[in-house]
Ligand binder design. Structure first.
Ligand code: CP
Ligand code: NVA
Length: 302
C-alpha cells in the first residue's frame, strides 16, 4: 500500500495504482485547461541523481514547480554523498531542510536506506532494480488509450532489467497478463520471478510467443546505465530481440508500443515501428510529468 514512500511497484495495491493514474489524468486536464493546482505550495523536492537523465529530471522539476513548490537538482558529483557521506546522514540532513526526496541511483538498497532514515517521503526515480515512476506513466498511457488495464496482455521484449521488473510486478498487481521474452542469462530479478509464480505470467526466449495477441508491446535498451562496458557483449546476446514489423504482426492489430526512452533504433526497436507508434511513445514520456505530480501530491501534501 502507498504509505510514506514510493520505492517499487511491488509495494502498491491495484487501488493505489488506479488512484495515482486517475489523479494524474485529473492533473493533466487541470494543466491543459490552465486551472492552477498549487497543492504543494512552498514545498521543496530534492532530486538526487547518480546517473544521467532527461525525462526524470525535467518532469520532476517542472512538476513540483507546477504544484507550487520548487525542485533542487542534487548531482552526486556535487554533493558530499559523492565523496562518501553515508546515506543515513544525507537522509537526516535533507529531512531538516526539504519536504521530499527523489533519487536515481544504482542499488535499490541505497533508496531503501534513504527511506529508512529520512523523515520525509522518498521517491525512487530509477535504480538497477526498479523504475516505478516510469511504469505508472506507462499504465496511465495505456488507460488513456485502452480505457482500462484489467484483462489486457502486455509483453516485454529484451533485457530482464529495472523496466521488466517493474512492469511484471505492476502488470500482475493490476490484473494484466504479462509475458516477457529475454535470453535465459538476462532474466528478471529472482524476487520478481518469485512474486510472479502462480500468476498469469510467462517467461520465454520465443519473442513471437510472448508477443502473441498482446495489447501492448514494451521494450527497453539492451545495455542500461552502468552497463556501458558490457554493451558489445549485450549486443551479441540480444541480437534478434527486436520490436519490428514482423513481431508486431503477432500482437493484436491495434496493439500499442511503449518505450521508456531513450531508444536505440536498429537495436531493440526498428525506426519504422518507433515512428508508427511515436504518438503513444511520446504520450508515455509526457505522462511522466502528470503521473509523478500525482505521486508527489499523494506523498507530500500536508
Ligand atoms: N525514461 C527515463 O527515465 O528517462 P531519463 O533517463 O531521461 O530520465
Ligand atoms: N533500463 C534503462 C532505463 C532508462 C530509463 C536504464 O536503466 O538505463
Amino acid at each position: 500500500m502507498l504509505q510514506n514512500d514510493l520505492l517499487s511497484m511491488g509495494e502498491l495495491t491495484e487501488e493505489d495504482i488506479l488512484d495515482l493514474i486517475d489523479l494524474g489524468i485529473d492533473l493533466k486536464q487541470k494543466l491543459k485547461s490552465g486551472e492552477p493546482h498549487p497543492y504543494l505550495e512552498g514545498q521543496t523536492l530534492g532530486m538526487i541523481f547518480e546517473k544521467s537523465s532527461t525525462r526524470t529530471r525535467v518532469s520532476f522539476e517542472t512538476g513540483i514547480y507546477q504544484l507550487g513548490g520548487q525542485g533542487l537538482f542534487l548531482s552526486t558529483n556535487d554533493i558530499q554523498m559523492g565523496r562518501g557521506e553515508p546515506i543515513c546522514d544525507t537522509a537526516r540532513v535533507l529531512s531538516r531542510y526539504i519536504d521530499g526526496i527523489m533519487i536515481r541511483t544504482f542499488a535499490q538498497e541505497t533508496v531503501e536506506q534513504l527511506a529508512e532514515y529520512a523523515t520525509i517521503p522518498v521517491i525512487n526515480g530509477l535504480t538497477d532494480y526498479a523504475h516505478p515512476c516510469q511504469v505508472l506513466a506507462d499504465f496511465m498511457t495505456i488507460k488513456e488509450h485502452k480505457g482500462a488495464l484489467r484483462g489486457l496482455k502486455i509483453a516485454f521484449i529484451g533485457d530482464g532489467n529495472n523496466m521488466a521488473n517493474s512492469l511484471i510486478a505492476g502488470g500482475l498487481i493490476c490484473g494484466m497478463e504479462v509475458a516477457i521474452a529475454c535470453p535465459k542469462a538476462y532474466a528478471p530479478h529472482p524476487k520478481i520471478l518469485a512474486f510472479a509464480e502462480g500468476k498469469p505470467f510467462t517467461m520465454t526466449d520465443d519473442l513471437y510467443a510472448a508477443a502473441k495477441d498482446a495489447d501492448v508491446i514494451f521494450t527497453d535498451v539492451w545495455a542500461s546505465m552502468g552497463q556501458e562496458g558490457e554493451a558489445e557483449k549485450r549486443r551479441a546476446a540480444f541480437r534478434g530481440y527486436q520490436v519490428n514489423r514482423e513481431l508486431m504482426a503477432a500482437a493484436k492489430p491495434d496493439a500499442m508500443v511503449q518505450h521508456c526512452l531513450p531508444a536505440h533504433r536498429g537495436e531493440e526497436i526498428t525506426a519504422d515501428v518507433f515512428e508508427e507508434h511515436a504518438d503513444e511513445i511520446f504520450d508515455e514520456a509526457e505522462n511522466r510529468l502528470h503521473a509523478q505530480k500525482a505521486v508527489m501530491v499523494r506523498l507530500m501534501r500536508k
